[in-house]
Design a binder for this molecule. Structure first.
Ligand SMILES: C[S@@+](CC[C@H](N)C(=O)[O-])C[C@H]1O[C@@H](n2cnc3c(N)ncnc32)[C@H](O)[C@@H]1O
Length: 204
């Protein structure tokens, strides 16, 4: 199987420890170096590159991207390209699994949001975000304010609703096989805040 954006191996390492043959792609040398430092991390083949390209050889029975990381592709065309490239690297009965949040634009008031996630004696954690509904982009900063100064943790995502992801799948000749709210197959409903979606070749 192949994990897009394998990171430091949070998911891939336990899978490999169960004897599963996992490969990965990641664009960050620093993240791959951290993976290599962990027990078993040196045995997982990792390709350095943009996961939208799926620049690996061979085909996989399972390709997956979790933890909203698909939305790290910041343009619709990159997300569409990713679906197409994944489809080209699936075996005939292969599956593509994508875990992501369901967008909730009601979180934004006139295109912005400020929220406090933690207040302690020595520091406060703030989240500030701007929403662009045209390109479906959310640019946010997680700020940690303390006497030592302000630390910034920027995050940008280009969100997509499940229906748009399904359309991207169709463009890649894939079709939705299953959708759950989470990993224990909870039913996906109109109130679900997240989804685990499983795509297969159309007609397979
Ligand atoms: C939040 S981590 C997720 C890592 C792992 N999948 C997990 O769930 O723990 C996001 C990872 O995606 C990688 N990443 C983000 N955009 C990428 C891209 N376009 N191509 C390849 N890797 C990317 C980052 O380098 C980082 O390692």
């Amino acid at each position: 199987m192949l994990e897009l954006a394998i990171g430091t191996g949070r998911i891939a390492l336990p899978l490999a420890a169960h004897g599963i043959d996992v490969h990965g792609i990641d664009a960050s040398k620093a993240m791959i170096a951290k993976l290599r430092e962990k027990p078993g991390g040196d045995r997982i083949p990792v390709t350095l590159g943009d996961f939208a390209d799926v620049g690996v050889s061979g085909r996989y029975s399972l390709v997956f991207v979790v933890f909203n990381t698909f939305f790290g592709l910041l343009a619709q065309e990159d997300q569409v390209r990713c679906f197409r490239n994944v489809a080209e690297h699936l075996t005939e009965d292969g599956l593509f699994v994508l875990e992501a949040f369901v967008p909730d634009v009601a979180r934004f008031d006139r295109g912005q949001r400020v929220s406090v996630s933690r207040v302690g004696l020595g520091e406060a954690w703030l989240d500030v975000a701007k929403h662009d509904p045209v390109d479906q982009l959310v640019s946010s900063q997680h700020l940690v304010v303390s006497e030592q100064g302000i630390r910034l943790y920027p995050v940008q995502v280009r969100y997509a609703w499940p229906a748009e992801l399904d359309l991207m799948a169709r463009l890649a000749n894939l079709a939705l096989r299953d959708r759950w709210e989470g990993w224990t197959r909870e039913p996906f409903t109109e109130r679900s805040g997240s989804h685990v979606s499983v795509y297969a070749r159309a007609g397979a």
